[in-house]
Ligand binder design. Structure first.
Ligand SMILES: NC(=O)c1ccc[n+]([C@@H]2O[C@H](COP(=O)([O-])OP(=O)(O)OC[C@H]3O[C@@H](n4cnc5c(N)ncnc54)[C@H](O)[C@@H]3O)[C@@H](O)[C@H]2O)c1
Length: 378
């Protein structure tokens, strides 16, 4: 992301970084330049006059404070998803945004991926009629690698993987249908990861590393977050297998399924409308539309297959585009595609679903925006 923003002499330059550890800062200076300012104190960063905007890309539980402090210091802000790990945290961030005269957006890069943009265009064209049903199956093939070797697997730091991982998909369901969730019910459990291994056990010193399919030698990207805590340690307490049922405004019903020990990686979306349906056949490249009209169904004329090419760049080409959108938002005040309200509604839905699944499927209503924010945040 920094590389996308770092274009000295062409409108934007990355000039500074804060991290709690020295090693990633050293890595940052090697990539951006020895003259870049680095610190382990975020207030030192915020005090600088040569910084117009801040991107918060640290773990989820840090977003709330860093974003509020950056807005209060008069900086524009990009926050990674999930916006925060509680709904109240998101509302505090929205209030800080309303109180500032700065711009704020969320790192929902799926909104910038070609595949999902094509799906959004098809829904918005009206060809499948009014969307009424969304089914999303998320096969998280790298679940162990990405979510159970470090803080992601601990609810105190992430609330649950329905925020950390599903916040993208919940947002997609909202974005594609144009409606927010109003009620959820969920079930889930820890069926594969977690266990009784000591909480401080790491892969590099484990006797079973030769046989363990989850062995991970650690992160070599310069981060100090060495992603090699044992995935079967006792401290893992987020669900690796969940099903969420959602009722959205407009009477739309959605189901979201997420499994972190799947042997393949894929997000499969099906949207059924009053006139037809669409579905992506794989994670990146094909969308199929089928219409209900009797004559077309009979002759199979209505099947349309859209071949979609991912753009170049990280996250299926989304990273360069979302970075450009952030700069354009700062320069022109344009509303971003990934709004703070969308960030809040995704977290609120993920938190309510987490409460439900930890309370025997009991449904939860999504909390409305506080009165002070209603009519101010869109
Ligand atoms: N939009 C996406 O597709 C996408 C993809 C990956 C990660 N993310 C988000 O990015 C964020 C970071 O995820 P990650 O997997 O890179 O995390 P990570 O554990 O690798 O940490 C990222 C960096 O934050 C630093 N850090 C840790 N605690 C900190 C603190 N208290 N203050 C400042 N820095 C701290 C670490 O040293 C590391 O350099 C998460 O919120 C995650 O959801 C988003």
């Amino acid at each position: 992301m920094a590389a996308n923003w770092h274009n000295p002499g062409q409108g934007s330059a990355v000039v500074a970084a804060m991290d709690i550890s020295e090693r990633p800062l050293q890595h940052f200076r090697e990539r951006i330049g020895a003259e870049a300012f680095t610190t382990t104190d975020h207030q030192e960063l915020l005090a600088r006059d040569d910084i117009d905007a801040i991107a918060v890309m640290s773990p989820d539980f840090t977003h709330e404070d860093y974003v509020c402090d950056a807005l209060a210091a008069g900086k524009h802000v990009f926050s990674e998803k999930p916006m925060a790990i509680t709904t109240a945290g998101c509302d505090r961030m929205l209030q800080a945004w309303v109180d500032s005269d700065k711009q704020f957006m969320i790192g929902f890069n799926m909104r910038y991926m070609n595949l999902f943009r094509v799906m959004k265009d098809i829904v918005d064209s009206g060809v499948i009629g009014e969307p009424k049903v969304v089914w999303v199956r998320h096969f998280v093939g790298y679940g162990g690698d990405w979510y159970f070797h470090d803080w992601h697997g601990e609810s105190a730091k992430s609330t649950s993987l329905l925020l950390q991982k599903a916040s993208h998909d919940i947002d997609m369901i909202h974005w594609l249908t144009g409606q927010y969730t109003k009620r959820v019910s969920a079930s889930g459990s820890l069926d594969f990861y977690g266990g009784d291994k000591p909480d401080d056990l790491r892969c590099d010193v484990c006797d079973e590393q030769g046989d363990c399919v989850e062995f991970n030698k650690g992160d070599e990207t310069g981060s100090d977050t060495v992603r090699n805590q044992c995935v079967f340690r006792s401290g893992v307490d987020v669900e690796d297998n969940s099903v969420v049922m959602m009722e959205l405004d407009g009477g739309i019903k959605a189901t979201y399924m997420q499994c972190h020990f799947a042997s393949t990686y894929c997000r499969n979306y099906t949207i059924i409308g009053t006139e037809g349906q669409l579905e992506n056949l794989d994670d990146t490249s094909q969308v199929v539309v089928k219409l209900r009209e009797r004559s077309k169904r009979w002759k199979n004329l209505a099947d349309q297959v859209y071949d979609v090419k991912p753009a170049r760049g990280g996250h299926g080409g989304a990273d360069p585009v979302i970075c450009r959108d952030f700069l354009e938002m700062i320069r022109t005040g344009k509303r971003p595609i990934a709004t703070p309200l969308a960030g809040r509604m995704s977290v609120a839905t993920g938190c309510a679903a987490t409460e439900s699944l930890r309370d025997g499927w009991r449904p939860r209503d999504i909390p409305a925006l506080p009165d002070a924010l209603r009519h101010k945040v869109f």
